[in-house]
Write a protein that binds this ligand. Structure first.
Ligand code: NDP
Ligand code: 2IT
Length: 451
C-alpha cells in the first residue's frame, strides 16, 4: 500500500470504529477487507462516490431479541438472540446460526460481513447473514436444547423464509438443533420449505452437506499445494477443533494420504503420533456427536495418544495446519512457531481463526495461506446446492454434489489466483478472496441504485 492508500484505510476505519464501538472482531474483519481493497478503491472514484464498501459494512438489518425458555428444573432462563442480515445484493441472506456463550453483536457482525464475501465467491445466488445466541448448549439435556430452539425460532420465524433469509448450522448448531428449529418453523408457518439448510436427509437435506465444509477445505488445500507441485500425500497435518468442520477435514485429509496428528476443543488438544485414522475418527464422531464428550477422552480409548490441557496444537511439527475451531485461535507467536517448525501451508476451516499478526507472518514468509472466506466456502456452497434441490424438489446423488463442490472450490481457487497474484508470482489468497468476493457484490449494488 502507498501512503494515500494507507491514509484511506485509516480514515475508513476511524469511521467504522466510531460508528461501531466495542466491536473488535467486526473491526478486525472489516480492516482486513479494507486493506485488500484500498488500491482498487483509491483508484476508482465511482466506488468512493457510491460508498460501496461503506454500505457493505453497514448491515441492512440487525434483529436482536429475547429468548426466554424453561430449563429442566422448571426455572426461566433468558438468552439473547441475533440475526444480522448483512447484504442481499446477490440473493436471500444466507449464513449459519451459532450457539455459544461468547456470542455477541461484534461476533455476529464479523461473521455476517465475512459471509457476504464468501457467498459471493461461491458464485451461487446468496446474500450474507449470520445469527445465533449466547445460549451454551454444553451440559444441557436434549429437551432443554429443544425448548431453547423452539423459543428462538418463535421469534426468528417472522424474519426468515426460503426467499428471504435461509439459516444453517455453525458452532453449537448441528443436525439436532436444525431439526428442532425446522420443526417449530414448519409448525408456526404451516409450510414445508427450504428455509433452513443442513436438514436431515429424509426431510429435504442434501447429501454431503455435513461433510462439505471439511471436504471443501481439503479440496481447496489440494489446489493450493498443486501450485507448488505438491499434495497431501505423506504430509503431517494439524487440525484444531473436533466438531463438524474438524472431523470432516481430518477424514478427507486422511483419505488423500496425509497423517492428521491433532484435534482439540476449548479445554486442550490431543496428539496422536500414529495418526487419527478412519477407525479412530469414527470413535471421535461418536464421542463428540452422540455422547457430546470432551476430546481428552480420546486418550482413554487410545492411550498412546497424549492430551495437553489448556494448550493449542500449533507447537507440534507439521507440514500443513488446518485451524477448524474458532476465531483468533492462532496468534502471531504460534504462527512463527509453525513456520520455524517447517509448516508450508495453512488453510482455514474456521472463520477468522488467524489473528492479523499471524496472517502477516504467513504472508511475509511466503507460505501458502488461505483465509476462511475462500477455503471454508464449501459448506455454504453446498447449502446453496441444498436450496437448489429444494426449489426443484429433486435430490442429487452424493457423486453429483461432490462433483459440484469440487468445481466450486476449484473456481474459488482460480479467482484467488486471478486477483491475488503478486509480481513475483506469490499468490496472496487474502487479497484474491477479498477482491474477488467484493467485485460481484459491488457490481450488483451499483446496478441496484442507492438502496
Ligand atoms: P462445532 O460446534 O461442530 O465444533 C466447534 C469446535 O471448535 C469444537 O471442537 C469446540 O470445542 C471448538 N471451539 C469452539 N469455540 C472454541 C473456543 N472459544 N476456543 C477453542 N475451541 C473452541 O462447530 P463447526 O465445526 O461447525 O465450526 C467450527 C468453525 O468452522 C467455526 O469457526 C465456524 O464458524 C466455521 N465454519 C463452519 C461451517 C459449517 O458448515 N459448520 C462452515 C464454514 C465455517 P468445545 O466443544 O470445547 O467448544
Ligand atoms: O460460516 C459458514 O459459512 C457456515 N456456518 C455455513 C453457512 C451456511 O449457510 O451453510
Amino acid at each position: 500500500m502507498n501512503n494515500k492508500e494507507k491514509q484511506w484505510v485509516e480514515n475508513f476505519m476511524a469511521q467504522i470504529v466510531a460508528k461501531n464501538p466495542n466491536e473488535p472482531e467486526f473491526h478486525q474483519a472489516v480492516r482486513e477487507v479494507a486493506e485488500s481493497l484500498a488500491e482498487n478503491i483509491v483508484a476508482d472514484p465511482a466506488l468512493q462516490q457510491l460508498k460501496i464498501l461503506e454500505r457493505i459494512a453497514e448491515p441492512e438489518r440487525v434483529i436482536m431479541f429475547r429468548v426466554p425458555w424453561l430449563n429442566d428444573r422448571g426455572e426461566i432462563e433468558i438468552n439473547r438472540g441475533f440475526r444480522v442480515q448483512m447484504n442481499s445484493a446477490l440473493g436471500p441472506y444466507k449464513g449459519g446460526i451459532r450457539f455459544h456463550a461468547s456470542v455477541n453483536l461484534s461476533i455476529m457482525k464479523f461473521l455476517a460481513f465475512e459471509q457476504t464475501f464468501k457467498n459471493s465467491l461461491t458464485t451461487l445466488p446468496m446474500g450474507g447473514g449470520k445469527g445465533g445466541s449466547d445460549f451454551n448448549p454444553k451440559g444441557r439435556s436434549d429437551n432443554e436444547v429443544m425448548r431453547f430452539c423452539q423459543s428462538f425460532i418463535t421469534e426468528l420465524q417472522r424474519h426468515i423464509g426460503a426467499d428471504t433469509d435461509v439459516p444453517a448450522g455453525d458452532i453449537g448448531v448441528g443436525a439436532r438443533e436444525i431439526g428442532f428449529m425446522f420443526g417449530q418453523y414448519k409448525r408456526l408457518r404451516d409450510e414445508f420449505t427450504g428455509t433452513f439448510t443442513g436438514k436431515g436427509l429424509d426431510w429435504g437435506g442434501s447429501l454431503l452437506r455435513p461433510e462439505a465444509t471439511g471436504y471443501g477445505l481439503c479440496y481447496f488445500t489440494q489446489q493450493m499445494l498443486a501450485t507448488r507441485g505438491d499434495s497431501f500425500e505423506g504430509k503431517t497435518v494439524l487440525v484444531s477443533g473436533s466438531g463438524n468442520v474438524a472431523q470432516h477435514a481430518c477424514e478427507k485429509a486422511t483419505a488423500l494420504g496425509a497423517k492428521v496428528v491433532t484435534l482439540s476443543d476449548s479445554s486442550g488438544y490431543i496428539y496422536d503420533a500414529d495418526g487419527i485414522d478412519e477407525e479412530k475418527l469414527a470413535y471421535v464422531k461418536l464421542l463428540k456427536n452422540v455422547y457430546r464428550g470432551r476430546i481428552k477422552e480420546y486418550c482413554e480409548k487410545y492411550p498412546s495418544a497424549k492430551y495437553f490441557a489448556g494448550e493449542r496444537p500449533w507447537g507440534v511439527k507439521c507440514d500443513i495446519a488446518l485451524p477448524c475451531a474458532t476465531q483468533n485461535e492462532l496468534n502471531g507467536e504460534e504462527a512463527q512457531r509453525l513456520i520455524d517448525n517447517g509448516c508450508k501451508c495453512v488453510a482455514e476451516g474456521a472463520n477468522m481463526p488467524s489473528t492479523p499478526e499471524a496472517i502477516n507472518i504467513f504472508l511475509t514468509n511466503r507460505i501458502l495461506y488461505a483465509p476462511g472466506k475462500a477455503s471454508n466456502a464449501g459448506g455454504v456452497a453446498t447449502s446453496g446446492l441444498e436450496m437448489s434441490q429444494n426449489s426443484m424438489r429433486i435430490k442429487w446423488t452424493k457423486e453429483e454434489v461432490d462433483e459440484k463442490l469440487h468445481s466450486i472450490m476449484q473456481n474459488i481457487h482460480e479467482v484467488c489466483v486471478k486477483y491475488g497474484s503478486e509480481e513475483d508470482g506469490y499468490v496472496n489468497y487474502v487479497k484474491g478472496a477479498n477482491i474477488g468476493g467484493f467485485m460481484k457484490v459491488a457490481n450488483a449494488m451499483i446496478a441496484h441504485g442507492c438502496v
